[in-house]
Design a protein. Structure first.
Length: 561
């Protein structure tokens, strides 16, 4: 039996051998061999298996991936809210896919990027259709014919509908007392049997009801929540990001970024007809190119300059539509959309802003110089932005009509009358129509000069001071199609102050606002009172000014109404 001394002597002998030059050389050779084997398996060596005989050409050292993520209702159970209404399907189809690749730029027989020029290219797409459910209240079948004999209020009590044509003053009205059921200023007569005479029904309303679906469920009391709809929402997108980085030499690096995005958002329909009050389908586009140059002046100073051009597009309602207003017999309305009819608490018909288009071009230039000296870090930045925004929108081209219960109720008495009865009679409490004569081509410029100082007062205390000088130009319109009411201008019709003025005419400048030059200082500190990595006290104060360019047709009253 061998004792402990035997093992000690063995360990010392192994240790001495391992420290010998021969042993060290053996271990180094093993490591080199392992590296050669691994790099050869990746095709990075001329003696790799992927190298063709007679041509010393390694596999391209590019890297990338391909991916696909999906969800499908085939794998899901039917949602309870769909199953309890008798539905057998709830659409959920989502595919998110794409690829990316990166590496040195290699052009056969022309250019080998090596360690100087690199690129990356990525693409991602989304195809998404997801069901949305709506439980809503719409008019009952008897109400569509003018029969309100079974209509009740939210408490389940009988809801009387009065004939607006029977309105007359109440001879017993006491003006010293408030209006009430016992002291009516005007009186009306209930429709016989709470039913409107079919001869009184407005033909436009009856034709519009052809686009209004019938109730299909009875989920709530008093005929509420009587319409259930499951409809898909669409979200499709495609995006590409490409980037090239090139080192001119040690101190200069140039990069180019290109972004391209296309998208379509299809909102879920609240009604499955042309009278859908939901949002219209909207198409999106984005294109941008950015060029950036980084100059390393010294180990303590770096200058970064960039220039970018970006174009954005958002449009809805571009597809042609039949003349629904003309089909309904609504004279004087545009053929661009279905007229909007609102009669709360029922689901409305038609939508606001059925057609709009916004196209913007943004030019940006920025230069930033950062330098460090001892405990001081200084950054001087200059920024310039030019915006071109072309806007065209029409809130209610075919008209908007709001119907209220007051015209078919007792004047001054709540809980009487019905807005849908007012709709059937064609008596709108409010109506409007928009006229957009021309698009608006807005222009504006913004600038910023910033000086930032970061001072390392102590190992645990950093103080940052920032001073911003901001510039904002007025909003211009390319053809001076801007206007507003000037309370100081004399109206030529009556000689009194207060008149509409138009930019670029009669001494009025091209903008409705003034140029703005603002100064925005800020200060902050970060303090580590315990000199550890777990506790930091931060404080800051700043004065800021925002720059923006509205995309609406505001300030164009003389050209759009």
């Amino acid at each position: 039996m061998q004792g402990p001394a035997h093992y000690v002597r063995g360990f010392i002998l192994w240790w001495l051998v391992s420290l010998s030059p021969l042993a060290a050389q053996t271990e180094l050779e093993k490591a080199v061999a392992e590296f050669k084997a691994r790099s050869a398996s990746l095709g990075l060596r001329t003696d790799s298996a992927t190298v063709k005989t007679g041509a010393v050409k390694a596999a391209t050292p590019w890297r990338g991936r391909i991916f696909e993520n999906f969800r499908n209702d085939f794998l899901d159970a039917i949602p309870h809210e769909v199953a309890q209404r008798g539905g057998t399907k709830s659409v959920l189809r989502r595919n998110q896919f794409g690829f990316n690749v990166s590496g040195p730029v290699l052009i056969p027989w022309l250019y080998k990027g090596g360690r100087r020029t690199f690129f990356s290219f990525s693409y991602e797409g989304v195809r998404d259709r997801t069901a949305r459910s709506f439980l809503q209240t719409i008019a009952t079948l008897p109400e569509r014919t003018g029969d309100f004999s079974a209509t009740v209020n939210q408490a389940g009590a009988f809801l009387p509908v009065y004939d607006p044509a029977s309105t007359r003053p109440n001879p017993d009205f006491d003006p010293s007392r408030p209006v009430s059921l016992d002291n009516l200023e005007y009186v009306r007569t209930i429709f016989p049997g709470n039913r409107i005479d079919p001869g009184r029904l407005e033909p436009v309303a009856l034709k519009a009801l052809e686009f209004y679906p019938a109730p299909n469920t009875a989920a709530g009391p008093f005929f509420r929540n009587n319409y259930f709809l499951v409809t898909p929402e669409t979200n499709n997108a495609d995006g590409v990001i490409a980037k090239v980085d090139h080192s001119v030499h040690e101190k200069h690096r140039l990069s180019v970024n290109i972004n391209v995005t296309d998208g379509l958002r299809g909102a879920a329909a609240q009604l499955p007809t042309a009278a859908n009050p939901g949002q219209p389908d909207r198409r999106y586009q984005n294109r941008s190119v950015t060029v950036e140059h980084i100059y390393t002046v010294s180990p303590q100073a770096v200058n970064t300059a960039s220039f970018s051009v970006e174009r954005e597009l958002s449009a809805s309602g571009e597809q042609g539509e039949p003349d629904y207003a003309g089909r309904l017999g609504l004279r004087g309305s545009s053929a661009l959309a279905f007229p909007a009819f609102a009669f709360s608490p029922y689901v409305a018909m038609g939508r606001s802003y059925p057609r709009s288009r916004f196209a913007g071009v943004f030019l940006n230039w920025r230069n930033s110089l950062s330098a460090k000296h001892g405990k001081h870090s200084l950054t001087l930045s200059v920024y310039y932005n030019r915006v071109q925004l072309n806007a065209s929108q029409s809130p209610y081209p075919a008209g908007s009509f709001r119907f209220e219960e007051g015209l078919t109720g007792l004047p001054g008495i709540t809980g009487t009358g019905h807005s849908f009865a007012s709709f059937l009679l064609g008596m709108a409490g409010y109506a409007e129509k928009s006229y957009v004569v021309s698009p608006s081509y807005f222009r504006a410029q913004f600038g910023n000069l910033s000086l930032r100082e970061q001072y390392q007062a102590a190992r645990s205390l950093t103080i940052t001071l920032n001073l911003n000088l901001n510039y904002m130009s007025p909003r211009f319109e390319k053809y001076n199609r801007q206007s507003s009411v000037d309370l100081a201008a004399i109206n030529p019709v009556n000689g009194r102050p207060g008149a509409m003025v138009v930019t670029g005419m009669n001494g009025v400048g091209r903008g409705l606002q003034r140029r703005r030059l603002t100064l925005g200082p800020s200060a902050s500190l970060a303090w580590n009172p315990l000199n550890d990595t777990k506790t930091v006290v931060r404080a800051s104060a700043s004065v800021g000014f925002g720059n923006s360019l509205t995309s609406s047709n505001w300030g164009t009253q003389a050209f759009n109404a």
